[in-house]
Design a protein around this ligand. Structure first.
Ligand code: HEC
Ligand code: HEC
Length: 448
């Protein structure tokens, strides 16, 4: 099969400093394909919402109030908005916020734009839903030091709040832990970053960005290699990468129990970042210029560095300034206010037709095929024909599997002895999804 050979070619290209973008190592200088990039960066026309927590105006209004409500904290002084300040793009302007113990927290407060499109939350992705995420800071001893049960009791004693919960949850009109977290998440899903000059360029207005900014865009999707990770309209692949910052925080590796994912953090969006300095999970870089200098010449060499990170990029001072100029076009000129987008239910991967197959590849960070049908007793072989290390994880009825670090070339085999619906993801690249439907034996096959 040609599959086995392709990754080698791609790897060789990466070694020469060429950057492979969305499945094509092209020979020679990259012709800039504006139409292609306009498609890659096009904004969506609606915001996703989960089935179990539709975004309704009453719920969002309640969530917004709770977001500002210090009664969620143990001592009644800290609200979500203490750290996530609306006028600072829902962050706080400091490298690391002071914890209740007076020491800086371990990580920087991230801005909260476009959370609705996330696949995992926190810098290390340890929360699997926005609803789960919200419990974290409330109960964290150094952040809000609250306890949810206590907060629920306090809120339930306030008639105005009780009325707001009843309006927001007509089918379950009660002040409960679950409704509290749902309201916060619904509010956060409405924080959509507004259109910027770059979006006008995406829509076809060639004059919306100037020639230096355009040169920066070409570098971003070309020789600087940024788009391998900062892609899509939000400029994130939702995956975890070690980009070679010094520091001891092991990030995703701890969450997965996987050394290969040490030092890896979730790729942040680049929307509205002019308003959210300083940068990185530890707040260690003060400006965009520092960030670009980091990628060009300060990357710490270590085995866990992302395969998507160009190892050495020669960028002149002029080119660095152009990259920074481009990054600026992704932010509003005035302090941004959330854009409003209609919400719609969206199920990831639901549109992939399932086919009968027992072998699945992982080239270009995609399970191929993306949905398969197996029979009970059949084994599934997942072959890493990609250039990156993966970590296959499957959860479903009676089965919980995590491959160790699955390096390029490694194959794993998983047996299914019960029927059911299973979902495989990669712990390092959670946008990789594989739906596995295991069908019972047919009667004819089961009875000898
Ligand atoms: C004391 C400051 C502080 C408070 C208060 C706080 N946060 Fe945060 N928030 C942080 C920090 C720091 C992180 C990153 C922590 C990490 O990744 O380990 C974070 C992460 C998040 C994230 C994940 C963002 C992403 O990109 O993955 C969300 C969502 C969030 N907070 C929402 C909330 C909500 C809702 C509340 C109130 C219930 C809240 N925060 C209260 C500091 C705070
Ligand atoms: C291998 C994937 C990858 C590549 C390539 C990459 N980035 Fe990043 N970027 C990340 C990750 C991951 C972080 C967060 C790292 C951390 O905090 O440890 C980040 C952080 C950033 C931040 C800070 C955002 C914030 O809110 O803190 C900026 C700005 C940025 N990158 C711009 C760029 C530019 C410009 C390039 C190209 C020169 C680039 N990135 C290339 C993955 C990547």
């Amino acid at each position: 099969m040609e599959r086995a050979k392709t990754p080698r070619l791609v790897q060789a290209a990466a070694g020469l400093g060429l950057v492979t973008v969305l499945g094509g190592a092209k020979a020679g200088p990259d012709p800039f394909d504006a139409a292609h990039w306009r498609q890659v960066f096009a904004r969506p026309d609606h915001a996703p919402m989960p089935d179990g927590n539709p975004t309704t105006p009453d719920k969002v209004a309640l969530g917004a109030k709770l977001f500002d409500d210090p009664r969620l904290s143990g001592d009644g002084t800290v609200a979500c908005s203490t750290c996530h300040q609306a006028e600072l793009s829902f962050t706080d302007g400091v490298p690391r916020h002071g914890g209740l113990d007076g020491q800086p927290l371990d990580r920087r407060t991230p801005p909260l734009w476009n959370m609705a499109w996330g696949l995992s939350w926190f810098w290390d992705g340890r929360a699997a839903s926005l609803e789960d995420q919200a419990a974290g800071p409330i109960e964290n001893k150094r952040e809000m030091a609250g306890d949810l049960a206590g907060a629920v009791r306090t809120l339930a004693a306030d008639t105005e709040t009780v009325r707001s919960f009843a309006r927001a949850f007509p089918e379950d009109p009660a002040v409960t832990r679950s409704n509290l977290l749902k309201a916060l998440a619904a509010f956060e899903r409405t924080l959509v970053s507004p259109e910027t000059r770059f979006d006008r360029w995406v829509k076809g207005d060639d004059e919306a960005i100037d020639s230096d900014e355009k040169a920066g865009l070409r570098l971003f999707v070309g020789k600087a290699g940024c788009v391998s990770c900062h892609t899509g309209w939000r400029f994130t692949d939702e995956a975890f990468h070690d980009v070679g910052l010094p520091g001891q925080d092991q990030g995703r590796g701890v969450v997965l129990g996987l050394k290969a994912a040490d030092n890896a953090f979730k790729t942040p969006s680049l929307r509205e970042r002019v308003w959210t300095a300083p940068y990185m999970h530890d707040g260690s870089l003060a400006t965009f210029e520092d960030v670009v200098d980091h990628y060009a010449e300060r990357v710490v060499e270590r085995p866990t560095l992302s395969a998507d990170l160009p190892r050495r990029i020669a960028l002149s001072p002029k080119e660095r300034a152009q990259l920074v100029a481009f990054l600026n076009t992704l932010s509003s000129e005035d302090p941004p206010r959330p854009a409003s987008l209609p919400a719609r239910t969206m199920v990831l991967g639901a549109d992939v037709p399932a086919i009968a197959a027992t072998t699945v590849g992982q080239k270009d960070r995609r399970f191929t095929p993306g949905a398969i049908l197996l029979k009970v007793g059949q084994a599934l072989k997942i072959v890493n024909d990609d250039t990156r290390t993966h970590n296959v994880r499957i959860d479903g009825p009676g089965l919980s599997v995590s491959s160790d670090a699955q390096n390029p070339g490694d194959a794993i085999t998983i047996g299914f002895d019960q029927p059911g619906q299973f979902q495989a993801i990669c712990g390092i690249h959670p946008d990789m999804r594989l739906a596995v439907t295991v069908e019972p034996m047919t009667k004819a096959a089961a009875q000898p």
